[in-house]
Write a protein that binds this ligand. Structure first.
Ligand SMILES: [Mg+2]
Length: 299
């Protein structure tokens, strides 16, 4: 059942922009899930803009593109949006030309540099915490002392743990909890489920929420942030949220499908006919896919 104030697939027929989560939807531990290649191909064939999102702040879009390519998925850098990029964009809008002490990897430091930020240990405006596999005691201590001296505390994403072939890995939210326990200060989290992550992705595509769809595998992050950003949502059951848990949430996705394989035909089915598309939509799509669609002019 659809809530009356949210557009269902049928009420708002066309989908002009597609947003999708990465892990549990397109890939699982660096292996492409069935239908993922076909879904990306369908998006490219549709001539519509799209974005692949991840709360992972370790990698730059270039790194992620290479990793996805190794698993068989050809996704342009421009179509990848990470919590690190969303955090850098947020800080640029909050305090242009600011400074930050960063505990994280290249995905985060590169994004902040590109946003015009100075990375420094001396009196920074912000302490920015992201994901890394090498959290050090001295770096965490530095974060705590800088926050005590007045630096604002920002974290890329609230995930407390992540999967690995060997078992659970502690993630950004767990380290943030440690810093919070020591300082009494909680961070502002930019990544999912904060709808800011979705809104910044939409803004970047120059897309409207009511003609956009968010696909994800988690009710408590992907679906709620898509819903709160005003988008239609599709839950796929190939990742974190199993079918028997969907009804235990107080909100519902617009649609539920077994996997991305079932979403492939929807791209063409809900695409606005090309003759009816405004020039701006075609231009946005061209920009979002330019990295890997070489034309004669590029050759
Ligand atoms: Mg996921």
């Amino acid at each position: 059942m659809n809530t009356p104030h949210l557009p269902s697939f049928d009420e708002k027929k066309y989908v002009d922009s597609w947003l999708t989560d990465m892990d549990g939807v397109l890939v699982h531990e660096e292996t492409a899930l069935p239908g993922a290649v076909e879904f990306i191909d369908a998006l490219k064939a549709s001539g519509l803009p799209f974005t692949v999102l991840t709360n992972n702040s370790i990698y730059t879009p270039r790194d992620l593109r290479a990793r996805l390519h190794a698993s068989g998925l050809d996704i342009p850098e421009e179509a990848i949006w990470t919590s690190a990029l969303a955090t850098a964009e947020f800080l640029r809008s909050q305090r242009p030309g600011g400074s930050a002490y960063v505990l994280g990897e290249a995905g985060l430091t590169t994004a902040l540099h590109d946003a015009g930020y100075i990375i420094t240990e001396r009196d920074p405006d912000y302490v920015v915490l992201g994901e890394t596999r090498t959290y050090s005691f001295s770096a965490i201590t530095r974060c705590i002392r800088l926050i005590e001296r007045g630096a604002r505390f920002i974290a890329t994403n609230p995930d407390v743990s992540g999967p690995s072939p060997d078992g659970t890995l502690p993630a950004t939210g767990s380290v943030a909890a440690l810093i919070t326990a020591a300082t009494g200060r909680t961070p502002y989290y930019v990544g999912k489920p904060n709808p800011l992550m979705m809104r910044s992705a939409l803004n970047r595509l120059d897309a409207h929420s009511e003609t956009s769809v968010m696909i994800g595998d988690r009710m408590d992050t992907d679906m709620i942030s898509g819903l709160e950003a005003g988008m239609r949502t599709i839950l796929v059951l190939s990742g974190s949220t199993p079918a028997d848990k969907v009804d235990s949430f107080p909100f519902t996705p617009t649609r539920v499908h077994n996997s991305i394989e079932d979403v492939v035909p929807l791209v063409a089915q809900f695409a606005r006919p090309k003759a009816e598309r405004p020039a701006s939509l075609t231009e946005r799509a061209r920009k979002s896919a330019k990295a890997d669609t070489p034309t004669d002019a590029d050759a």
